[in-house]
Design a protein around this ligand. Structure first.
Ligand SMILES: Nc1ncnc2c1ncn2[C@@H]1O[C@H](COP(=O)(O)OP(=O)(O)OP(=O)(O)O)[C@@H](O)[C@H]1O
Ligand code: SF4
Ligand SMILES: [Mg+2]
Length: 324
């Protein structure tokens, strides 16, 4: 059992197709199963629109699932109420892509960072200043910024504040959806180091989403590759990056800049991602797959451990690896 266990999770959004036509479903998340373990970084990668943020919002209980189950420490989060919901809200924090939009411009640093202590009644007033200063220190900011407002900070400093706010309630899991992508490249490494320290010292687990595969490789313990709302490959980070198995993962990794200079010939992803409203039959990747063969457009490949030696603990959904 992990901190978070997700079983056969689906999120379908209704999309109108005209006044009289029956509405269709956009399958943003379509039968996803995985667990985030204590103190580990589980990353989601895949092209834009494959369902990563929807999955993050489901885990945070910001939106309800269409079906399936998300458990937090063994308890279904859909049924949480009262104190157990409060504990969940405290234990699972979010760090967003845009640090400016997620800070209240009218609140000082002190107010922003002390608010969670007050809501969760963690400390009395006299301890607040020390606690907030300690938080600032842990993200590399001085306590002389306490009375300043978000607009007085750079993007990198604002992201530090967002991380400090998440830390203020001692979370077990941080959901980080593209936490670096709005920042200058030089700042990204600093923020990544802070996250790495939190993982190491505070044993905080992460559900981590990033387009930058170099960052994912550096920071993750486990990685799931998503395509059209489904996980198509899952592996420990080192295995995925050294020997990607699914043809989609192979192309995704080889098209990333500077990721595998020693790797196979560079390939790029051809064609657009099909619409999640009209998912292709059979393997959803077949219209773009350089290795498709006879059954691929007819039979859906299950997500299974690949046949053959040396692949235990890995999962892939591809007929090349799972002869039927
Ligand atoms: N509230 C909504 N109503 C209808 N469709 C939605 C809604 N939210 C997301 N979608 C659709 O669900 C699919 C998955 O979106 P999502 O934001 O999860 O993708 P993503 O992997 O996070 O993409 P990106 O890398 O661009 O952030 C997309 O097709 C998106 O348009
Ligand atoms: S099942 Fe077929 S189309 Fe799908 S990834 Fe594997 S080879 Fe390609
Ligand atoms: Mg997203």
């Amino acid at each position: 059992m992990g901190i978070v266990d997700i079983v056969d999770l689906r999120k379908y959004f209704p999309v109108g197709t005209g006044m009289f036509a029956k509405h269709k479903w956009l399958k943003a998340v379509d039968g996803v199963t995985f667990s985030v373990s204590e103190g580990k970084v589980f990353s989601l990668v895949g092209e834009s629109g494959c369902g990563k943020s929807t999955l993050a919002r489901l885990v945070l209980r910001l939106i309800p699932p269409t079906s399936g189950r998300i458990s937090f420490r063994g308890e279904d989060i859909e049924g949480l109420k009262g104190d157990s919901l409060k504990t969940f809200r405290k234990s699972v924090q979010i760090v967003f892509q845009d640090p400016f939009a997620s800070l209240n411009p009218r609140m000082t640093v002190f107010d922003t960072l002390s608010e969670p202590f007050k809501i969760h009644k963690i400390v009395n007033r006299s301890q607040l200043r020390d606690q907030v200063s300690g938080l600032l220190k842990s993200v590399g900011l001085q306590s002389d910024v306490l009375e300043r407002y978000p607009h007085e900070f750079s993007g990198g400093q604002r992201q530090r504040l967002c991380i400090a706010r998440a830390l203020s309630v001692s979370p077990d899991l941080i959901v980080a959806d593209e936490p670096l992508s709005a920042l200058d490249v030089s700042i990204q490494a600093q923020i990544l180091n802070i996250l790495q320290e939190l993982k190491r010292q505070e044993k905080i687990a992460f559900l981590f989403i990033s387009h930058d595969l170099r960052v994912v490789r550096y920071f993750s313990d486990e990685v799931a590759v998503m395509y059209l709302g489904k996980i198509v490959e899952y592996a420990k980070a080192e295995d995925l990056f050294s020997t990607p198995l699914h043809p989609y993962t192979v192309v995704l990794l080889s098209s990333a800049p500077k990721l595998r200079p020693e790797g196979p010939k560079r390939a790029s992803l051809k064609g657009d991602v099909p619409s999640p409203i009209d998912v292709p039959p059979g393997c959803p990747f077949h219209p773009r797959c350089p290795r498709r063969f006879d059954p691929c457009d007819k039979i859906v490949p299950p997500l299974e451990e690949p046949a053959g030696k040396g692949y235990s603990g890995r999962l892939v959904s591809c007929h090349l690896w799972n002869p039927y």
